[in-house]
Design a protein around this ligand. Sequence first.
Ligand code: LUZ
Ligand code: MOS
Length: 769
Amino acid sequence: MKNIDAYTHVRGESIYLDDIPLIQGTLFGASFGSPMAHGTIVNLDLSEAAAMPGVVRIFTYKDITGENQIGGIVPDEPLLSDQEVHFCGMPVAFVVAESIDAARAAVKKIKATIEPLRVITDPREAQALGELIIPPRTFQLGNTNEAWSQCKHIFEGRADTNGQEHLYIETQGAYAVPQEYQAIKIYSSTQGPTAVQRAVSRVTGLPMHQVEVEVNRLGGGFGGKEDQANTWAALCALAAHLLKRPVKYSLHRMEDMAMTGKRHPYSADFRIGLNEELKIVAYEVTFYQNAGAAADLSPAVMERTLFHCTNSYFIPNVKATAYSCRTHLPPNTAFRGFGGPQGMFMIESAIAKAAETLGIEASVIQERNLLQTGDEFPYGQKAQSEAPECWHKATELYHLTDLRKETTVFNAANKWYKKGLACMPVCFGISFTKTLMNQARSLVHVYTDGSVGITTGAVEMGQGVNTKILQVAAKVFSIQPDKIKIHTTNTFKIANTSPSAASATADLNGKATLLACTAIANRLKKMVAEELSVAEDAITLQDEFVWVNGQKTDRDWKSLVMAGHIKRIGLSEHAHYATPEIHFDATKEKGHPFAYHVYGTAILGVTVDCIRGTYTVDTVKVVHDFGSSMNTAVDLGQIEGGIVQGIGWMTMEEVVYDKEGRLRSNALSTYKVPDIYSVPKEIAIDFLQTPHDNLAIFRSKAVGEPPLMYGIGAYFALRNAVRAFNNKGYFPFDAPMTPEKVLMALYATQQEGIIQPHEETSKHLAVDK
Ligand code: LUZ
Ligand code: MOS
C-alpha cells in the first residue's frame, strides 16, 4: 500500500504549520538570542527595538505568568534568560510585531551588554571541572578486571563522534490562538504534543485542560522536535495569552540552526581484550557526552548509549561508564538513534583498532563475536538474536569474498584510486528506555455511513505512521483504505501521549488502534451472532461483507454499521495499550527494557580519490530483520533515508563551533548534507523475514532508527580505502570523515601527523603470556 500522503505531497497540497490559513489579527514573533555563549547580562536595552514600526510588545522573563522553566528531565532550562546566558542563541527576548519583517528588524535593534564568563565547549574539560548534568552511570557484566589476564591482545584508544544538524525540511514553529475562558489552542510542529502542552501549561500557569495542542503533520523531525518544539510554542502561547491575539513564529533556517541543539558529540576512551581465537573477552569504555547547556533529553540519550555500547556482539566482561557533561553549546537533544549510534561507533572503532594492529579484516572479529540467542546484554536482557542470520545471509547473498577480492585487485592495479569495504552489523533495542513512556491510546469512531475516523497520539512526520495505523483498521474491519481517515493529533482527543519517537510509534499507537477496532468489530459481530443465533466466532468480517461460518452473506459493512447504530451499539472506542514484559531497575542497571531488538548487517563499499581526498559511496548492501513487514514501500523508504542520514553524519556533515561557542556551520553553504549526487550509487535491501513471535504491530518490526546505523560502515570503509594507500600514518578515530580529513590521512606520517585534533593516546599493549 502506498503512503497515504503521497498524493498531496507531490501536488504540494499537504498542510504544514506555515500553510495554516492565518486568522485576522495574527501577530508574528521573532526571538533575540544571546550573542555570547556564557555570561551575565548587565544591561538589556529594548528601547530602540520597541520603538520600531509594527512592534507590539517585547517579552522578557519578567513577563512570564507561570514558571520560567521548560526543562523536562531536569529543571535546569529557563525559557527566557533571566540573568545568565548559557549558550549562543539562548532566547533572551521575544519580539511580537504586526509582520514577520517588523519582528525580525526589531530583534536586530536589541542591545545586550553581557559580561563574559568562561566558555566550555569540550565535554572532557567540563567533566574535569565536575560540570555534570546527572551523576555518571556504569553498566557492567562479568568482571573486566579479572578478564584482562585471559586476553592475548589488548588495545586502547580514543574515539570521537561529532554532532549532526537535524535539518528537517520544515523548520521549528508554532501558532498560538487564544480561545474563550483563557484557553489557548496551539498548532505546533512537534513530535511531542503533550510535551508542548506541559511546557505551555508551566510557562503560562494554565492547567493542561486549557491547553489544546494540535499537529497535522511535520516536515521531518528526526528527534529535533521531540523536546525542542516546546520553546517556540511556549513563547507564542505566552504572548497570545497576554495580548489576547494569535501569535505565530516560524523560525528562519538560520535561527533554527543557531538556536537548537543537535545530535550529541561524544568522546570516548576504550580498552578491548581478545583471546587467541579473536573472541572479545573484555571491553571497557568511558563516554563523555557533550550535553550542551541544559539537560534536555541528555540523560535518556546517555542511557541509550550505554544500552548499545556492545552493538551486535556478545562480550562476557563489560564495564561502560558515561558522563553527561555540561558545556556552553545549545542543549543537544534527541536525534534518530538517540545515543545508540555513538555507542556503536566506539565499539566498532575498538574492533577496527584491533584488526588494523593485528593486520586482519575487522569482519573476522565482528563475525566471531556476533550475539547468539540466549546471550546476555550488559543490562541483563537475553537476546532473541537474528545477528548471525543477517550476517551470513548478507555475506553470502552479496558475495563478500568476491567483493573483497575485487577490492584487492583494484587497489593493486590503481595507484591514485583506492577502494574500501566495511561490514556493519546493527542491533537496536525497541522501546523507550523509560518504561513508563511505553504506552499509547487510540480513539476510533465508526460513522453511520461506514466511514471510520481515527485519532491517536502518533505524529506523522513523513515516516508513514498514519499509513500503518490506517492499515491496522482496514485489516480489522476488512474494509477499503479509502473508508478510513486518520485525523490530526490533538491533546484534547488523546491525552498524556509519549512523543513520536524511539521507533516505537507505529507499534504503540498501532496496537492501541488494534484494540479499539477489535472492540468495535466484536460488538458488531456479537449483534449479528445474536440475530442469527450462531456462535460469535462463526461471524467474520471479510472484504467489506459479513461472513457466517465461512459463507459470504449479503450484508455489507455499511448496512452492518447502520444496523449497529439502530440497535444502539457503541460505534466508538478509546483503547489503551501498554507494552507488556518490559521493566528496568536503574539501581542495579539490570532488567528487560526492550520489547524486542532489530538486527541487520550492511556491507558498504567506497572509492577514494587519493589526489583530492574526495570519495564516493558506491554501494550499500543490506540484510535487514523486518520480522514480517506490513508495508514494504514505507519500510524501504525508512531504510534508504536512514542509511543516507547515517552516512551524512559519518562523512560530510560537520557541525563546527568555535572556541567562543559560536556556530560556524550555520547555513547550508557551510553545513553540507547528502544530496542526490552524494547518496550511494547502489542501495540493495534484502528482507530477512523471521518466524519468531514478537511484540511489534502485526510482527512488523520497528524500522525508524535502526537503519541509520548502517551508515557507520561508511566511516570504516573510507578508513580501509585510505589505509590501502597509506597504512603508516597517524589516523585517529574521529568522525566525520570529511574529504579534508581523508586528504590529511592519505598523506599523514607516523611521527608528525599533519592533523592532530587531539593527542594520540592509542597504543598496542600485546600481553605476552
Ligand atoms: N526518546 C526517548 C527516544 O525519550 N526515549 C528513548 O528511549 C528514545 N529512543 C530513541 C529515540 N527517542
Ligand atoms: Mo527520536 S531520536 O526517535 O525522536
